[in-house]
Design a protein around this ligand. Structure first.
Ligand SMILES: C[S@@+](CC[C@H](N)C(=O)[O-])C[C@H]1O[C@@H](n2cnc3c(N)ncnc32)[C@H](O)[C@@H]1O
Length: 269
């Protein structure tokens, strides 16, 4: 997987620190120090952590573990795990329709921009349907989600199809609007956008740890115009059935199931 130098964006007003798991190895400690430096915060050795949070305001904290980088905030824990991509691929293999793949109409060699990477579940699913000529650039506006994803995606070493898919995805810490404006016309085949829903499904337990860190910008008509300008073939936008997105933004076709409440709007350019 290729990654680009972090272009840190986001709020500087949060109180967060970086520590390691108990019984930290030298490597874990080195990772934690590097992450703290990159995020512009402090590294607290684990043996001093309890005392630190007793005497300082800490909203959330990173923990460098042996195989994972996690963020702990209240009772939630955010880390990279491709479980949603696995479930979705299994369902497709069992014959279930996947409206995202239907809307994308992939041939295999496309260059795709996923403007809202999140947990990369859909980017992984899409990348697993590309051949060696195909690639995805994934954008994540939150520096914390980006950090967790970059760390986890670079070190993933379990299922081969996921490792292969990850090699086709490069990620950047930037906002879609900022990135799109810097791109020449027709620089991607497809642009995919999945902004945070106005009416989220809170039962989606895999998305819940991400919510506190996510960018909640509304997709504007200017964003969609930019998406159309940089896409050579099509733009696909995801929304929930209750949301106002497809009332504000004109699409050519809406696909999806009423039962799931998830819709994909398709714009052919
Ligand atoms: C609904 S989630 C995307 C989920 C993703 N499709 C997946 O399969 O995991 C939206 C993500 O995009 C990010 N985001 C929202 N608006 C953005 C924007 N304008 N630019 C970049 N990232 C954005 C949020 O921080 C969040 O992580």
């Amino acid at each position: 997987m290729g990654t680009n130098k972090s272009e840190i964006v986001g709020s500087a007003t949060e109180n967060f620190v970086v520590t390691t798991a108990h019984k930290a190895s030298i490597a874990m400690k080195e990772d934690a120090i590097k992450i703290a430096k990159e995020l512009g915060t402090v590294f607290i050795p684990r043996r001093k952590f309890r005392e630190y949070i007793r005497t300082h305001v800490v909203d959330f904290y990173y923990v460098a573990e042996e195989k994972r980088l996690v963020i702990r905030r209240d009772r939630t824990i955010l880390f990279f795990h491709p479980s949603l991509a696995k479930i979705r691929r299994k369902n497709i293999r069992m014959g279930q329709r996947d409206y995202l793949l239907e809307a994308l109409k992939l041939q295999g060699s496309e260059r795709i921009l996923d403007g809202t990477l999140g947990l990369a579940s859909e980017a992984i699913l899409i990348a697993s349907n590309l051949n060696d000529k195909g690639s995805i650039v994934g954008l994540e506006g939150s520096k914390h989600i980006y950090m967790i994803m970059k760390w986890g995606m670079e070190r993933y070493e379990s299922e081969k199809w996921i490792i292969d898919a990850l090699k086709r995805i490069s990620i950047r810490n930037t906002l879609f609007s900022r990135y799109a404006r810097s791109q020449p016309s027709d620089s991607f085949d497809i642009v995919y956008l999945d902004p945070m829903f106005e009416h989220p499904n809170m039962a989606s337990s895999s998305m819940n740890p991400l919510r506190a860190f996510a960018v909640y910008d509304n997709l504007t008509s200017r964003d969609v115009e930019e998406a159309k300008r940089i896409a050579r073939k099509r733009v696909v936008i995801k929304s929930r059935i209750e949301d106002s997105l497809f009332k504000r933004i004109q699409v050519d076709k809406i696909m999806g199931s009423r039962k799931s409440g998830v819709l994909y709007g398709l714009i052919e350019v």
